[in-house]
Design a protein. Structure first.
Length: 248
């Protein structure tokens, strides 16, 4: 294993195709950056995609929470810092801080990952000794709590349906995690989207969707936000909760 660099940072420039009608980066663009930084840090530590494929292992993102204070605009540069932040039950934890070029914090995120044996399709427990890197006790956290497990929505309303396309798939032949986020955000009313922006996202990835699967996106209003669910064959494969702030 390479000498461990337990904190990793990377700079990104917001592109015109990553912003919405307000000229601000979309939430899915931010989440894509988070996944990119996590993957690149794993490469830095010697356990990136090349090593994973050679050893029939993979990292699976199970839960993600994102809290944004401000969104960067087209052309802005941001820096994302990340580090392994511990283990909880089957999960390996990773935290993130999103900063602008001056060092002001734009947002924070926490994530829970499962380390999988691709031959047996079983998760590998953090206590097994097989995990490449686990943060030491007392490591700093960017979030106050780990991403929660979401309950099923009580009153889901069908908003849209999709048939999984080839371009929706990732290198594991599953629907890319970012595509789920796009689908659930698309379920929001366009007039609401014109005057609000998501400042909190919690998402649970429960099962994979494959090419040709037909998925349905549901929405449920709560007192202070929205519950989202994506189903395949009547079963939840993704649950999410979002909170929004007014642009006015």
């Amino acid at each position: 294993m390479k000498e461990e660099v337990m904190e990793y940072s990377e700079k990104f420039k917001i592109h015109s195709y990553e912003v919405d009608m307000t000229n601000k980066a979309t939430l899915q663009a931010i989440c894509q950056y988070l996944q990119e930084v996590a993957s690149n840090h794993a490469e830095e530590l010697g356990f990136g995609m090349t090593w994973l494929l050679e050893n029939s292992k993979t990292w699976m993102l199970s839960r993600l929470s994102v809290k944004m204070r401000y969104y960067p605009k087209n052309g802005d540069e941001i820096i994302i810092r990340t580090w392994p932040s511990g283990a909880h039950k089957l999960f390996l934890l990773r935290d993130f801080v999103i900063e602008d070029a001056s060092g002001e914090v734009l947002g924070v995120a926490g994530s829970s990952w499962v380390y999988m044996n691709m031959e047996t399709h079983h998760p590998i427990h953090p206590s097994s000794g097989e995990i490449p890197f686990i943060a030491p006790p007392g490591v700093k956290r960017s979030v106050s709590e780990n991403p929660d497990k979401l309950r099923p929505s009580e009153n889901p309303v069908l908003k849209s349906a999709y048939k999984v396309r080839y371009n929706d798939l990732d290198m594991n032949n599953h629907v890319n995690n970012i595509k789920y986020i796009e689908w659930l955000l698309e379920s929001m009313d366009p007039e609401f989207r014109k005057t609000h922006i998501p400042d909190e996202l919690l998402i649970n990835f429960l099962a994979e969707a494959m090419y040709g699967h037909e998925v349905s996106v549901h929405l449920d209003k709560t007192d202070d936000g929205f519950l989202h669910s994506i189903t395949n064959d009547g079963k939840d494969i993704c649950r999410s909760e979002t909170h929004w702030t007014s642009l006015e």
